[in-house]
Design a protein around this ligand. Structure first.
Ligand code: ADE
Ligand code: ZN
Length: 329
């Protein structure tokens, strides 16, 4: 349809995409073979068949198993380059990539290997495709505060030497691991001059969104879809122009909503919140960014103006320079 074509062709930014979640089953098997890693699945099809999630944790277990094939800088380069080609095809002009160093450090992979592999692919993306980007190091919230501090210390040289590595995030299991657990880590990151985002209000209560703002000084909220439980919070998000990086296909696959027609997106938009659309873990949730746009506009009564609003929100909420932003308008 004409609307679908416009949605796909709009220039947009992606602000919530875990690079380990872009590993397609075929690449997981290719890297396993290259590295001599044995997977607990006999075939690509058997792995894909395991992508029947009941909640966030059931996904995370398989996501960390998939990431176990990543060992060398070239592995991280190849994974990132595969995503870059998808991003360019979806008319993404700027992307901010999350990565989970702790899941790699635990397997003996130094954080420099992770950062350099991703960063080198993003350098090539900028040179060859004009795709600008940033990297955001995410702390795994199911691990301890001490582990997060140790990870930050091991990455300090990377923050100084890799210009596109600009901030930190907080991901993994929201239930039982509230923002307050990482208040001191995020205070240290703020003192280091790092940008801050946090997953909050994905499966957890709206209070986690408040705490991510007040205790972590998060500048954007990843997901935030449970904000609709709290009218005062909705007003605050709108007034303070706190962007939400919403991931529609992810929310349906992880059963946050029964189906796309039940998504809280229209209520967030009605409240005037700066919503953006994102793919989260595109290899696991059924599609990249344009597939998310199409699924939303297929299921919900939203028009072309809303499409442009969502894309404009993503460009405005990016951690990009004014010079970069000027190129997009
Ligand atoms: N890690 C990768 N995807 C995630 C998600 N949707 N929520 C929390 N942690 C994640
Ligand atoms: Zn996420």
């Amino acid at each position: 349809s004409p609307l679908a074509r416009k949605l796909c062709a709009m220039p947009k930014a992606e602000l919530h995409m875990h690079i380990e979640g872009s590993l397609e089953p075929e690449l997981i098997f290719a890297l396993a073979e290259r590295n001599g890693v044995t997977l607990p699945y006999p075939s690509v099809d058997a792995l894909r068949d395991a992508y029947a999630f009941t909640d966030l944790q059931s996904f995370l277990d398989i996501y960390y198993a998939g990431a176990s094939v990543l060992l060398t800088e070239q592995d991280f380069y190849d994974m990132t380059w595969a995503y870059v080609e998808r991003a360019v095809a979806d008319h993404i002009v700027h992307t901010e990539i999350f990565f989970d160093p702790q899941t790699h450090i635990a397997r003996g992979v130094p954080v420099e290997v992770v950062v350099n592999g991703i960063s080198r692919a993003l350098d090539d993306a900028e040179a060859r495709h004009g795709l600008s980007s940033r990297m955001i190091l995410c702390f795994l919230r199911h691990l301890s505060e001490e582990d997060a501090f140790a990870t930050l210390a091991s990455a300090e040289a990377c923050f100084k030497t890799v210009p596109r590595l600009i901030g930190v995030g907080l991901d993994s299991s929201e239930q039982g691991n509230p923002p307050e657990k990482f208040a001191r880590v995020f205070a240290r990151c703020e003192a280091l001059g790092l940008r801050r985002v946090a997953h909050a209000g994905e499966e957890g209560p709206a209070q986690n969104i408040r705490d991510a703002l007040d205790l972590l000084h998060a500048e954007r909220i990843d997901h935030g879809v449970t904000a609709i439980e709290d009218q005062a919070l909705l007003q605050r998000l709108a007034a303070e122009k706190i962007a939400l990086t919403v991931c529609p296909l992810s929310n349906v696959k992880l059963k946050v909503f029964d189906d796309m027609t039940a998504h809280s997106l229209p209520m967030l938009l009605d409240a005037g919140v700066a919503v953006t659309l994102n793919s989260d873990d595109p290899a696991y949730f059924g599609g990249y960014l344009n597939t998310n746009y199409l699924a939303v506009f297929e299921a919900l009564p939203l028009g072309e103006e809303t499409g442009y609003l969502l894309a404009r929100n993503s460009l405005e909420a990016a951690f990009a320079t004014d010079e970069e932003k000027a190129r997009w308008v």
